[in-house]
Write a protein that binds this ligand. Structure first.
Ligand code: GDP
Ligand code: MN
Length: 402
């Protein structure tokens, strides 16, 4: 599960990580007042620096023009108008882009240096790992490729987590000096604690910044100005506070419906809808479709039981994708009886009504009875074809789609 930056900023604050204050807005009219409130809070007036940032579940906003520094109420309003009326297209959104419905107006800060900081799980070492770099701000993947020595990886002990001496070592390696060291250590330990407490799959601050020296802060301040948290879906049941942050507006509507019915569905770019029971079988089905020259329109696992309700809903979801020109059903009756599954498929198909080719491959317990039910239904479902095995099914559906 993903959350918005403004939610991530709140979470960071609650773990003692300093983040500049900000306000969420949802309309152009709110931008000017929010700007004025924001600079006033910083003890400034018109001319004070603020930053307007799109709140979407994707990064790369800076380069896409969806993070803008502003110095007046007018500039704040112009930036808000641009972001709320254009789709954001970044290297993380795909060419169709994303609608922006929320923005934050936050206090702007002067930056002396940008750093990268994150916690995630390193599958190679089977440890959680703190990743830090003095080359922050930009995409870390690029740094990893062009300059891997610039990335400091610190594996964490499974029981003791991030130790203060580890955080201090990293702070020194990043080049922090004087009072900056203690501030950076506090940020790292706060981020590491949040990561563990909330069962994150990633907790990232990019950039972590150092501000230039001022009379009040002669060593500068270490602040987080962007944050990203992803959570392990298998653990959200024990984090009601995190679940409450879920924003359905950011999710694919078909995937949301699927989730409600206990289906695992992921939309893809092809034109052959797949309805399969079991994740491994779904992967094999997609591979086989590709082998016969087709392109799957989705990954869909209806689960082991493949009840009639689940199958009906699965058909609806697949057909809601206008790109779908054919459907391949691949069901293995293990504990389930193929006759029950076949009856479910036929009823669901009748209820929905098909115009696209439908190819069904059944295998497993009581398969003969299941195939008979499908054959008997061919009169009522003119686009239905039955297949003898996975290859046959993929060949038939690819042929039917053309
Ligand atoms: P992202 O592009 O989606 O990761 O958005 P970020 O929040 O990381 O912003 C992108 C870049 O905008 C940062 O790396 C900074 O260089 C710049 N930026 C963001 N906020 C501020 C700010 O308050 N002051 C200054 N000077 N630059 C900022
Ligand atoms: Mn960023």
């Amino acid at each position: 599960m993903k959350i918005h930056e403004y939610q991530a900023r709140d979470l960071l604050r609650s773990y003692g990580v300093p983040v500049p204050p900000g306000e969420v807005i949802t309309s152009i009219e709110q931008a000017a007042p929010a700007y004025k409130a924001c600079v006033a809070e910083a003890g400034l007036g018109e001319g004070g620096l603020a930053v307007i940032k799109a709140q979407v579940h994707a990064g790369g906003r800076g380069k896409a023009g969806f993070v803008k520094l502003v110095r007046s109420a007018q500039e704040a309003e112009d930036a808000a108008r641009f972001m709320l009326s254009n789709k954001m297209v970044s290297n993380q959104t795909g060419p169709e882009g994303l609608d922006v419905k929320k923005l934050i107006v936050a206090a702007g800060v002067d930056i002396a240096h940008e750093y990268y900081l994150a916690l995630t799980t390193d599958r190679k070492t089977r440890r959680n790992v703190l990743i830090a770099s003095a080359e922050g701000g930009v995409e870390i993947e690029q740094v990893a490729e062009s300059n891997p020595e610039a990335i400091i990886k610190t594996p964490l002990h499974p029981l003791t987590g991030l130790q203060p001496h580890q955080a201090r070592t990293v702070a020194f390696k990043l080049g922090f000096k004087g009072k900056q060291v203690g501030q950076a250590v506090r940020v790292m330990t706060g981020l590491a604690k949040a990561f563990l407490d909330k069962d994150c799959s990633i907790a990232e601050i990019n950039p972590l910044i150092l501000t230039p020296p001022t009379p009040e802060f002669p060593d500068g301040q270490v602040l987080a100005i962007d944050a990203k948290f992803n959570f392990d879906d298998n653990a959200t049941f024990r984090h009601k506070d995190i679940l409450a942050l879920f924003d359905p507006a950011e999710e694919n509507p078909a995937e949301l419906t699927a989730h409600k019915f206990g289906l695992s569905y992921i939309a893809l770019d092809g034109n052959i809808g797949c309805l399969v029971n079991g994740a491994g079988l779904a992967m094999a089905t997609m591979d086989t479709i590709k082998l016969f020259g087709g392109e799957p329109a989705n990954f869909l696992d209806v689960g082991g039981s493949a009840s009639e309700d689940a199958v009906t809903e699965a058909f609806r979801i697949i057909l809601s994708d206008e790109a779908v020109k054919g459907i391949m059903v691949n069901i293995f009756g293990g504990i389930m009886d193929c006759a029950v599954i076949a009856a479910g498929i036929v009823n669901a198909a009748k209820q929905i009504g098909f115009t696209v080719p439908l190819v069904v491959r059944l295998e497993g317990t009581n398969v003969e009875a299941g195939r008979k039910i499908l054959q008997d239904a061919e009169g009522e479902l003119p686009t239905l074809q039955t297949a003898t095995d996975l290859g046959d099914a993929a060949e038939k559906v690819c042929g039917a789609v053309g």
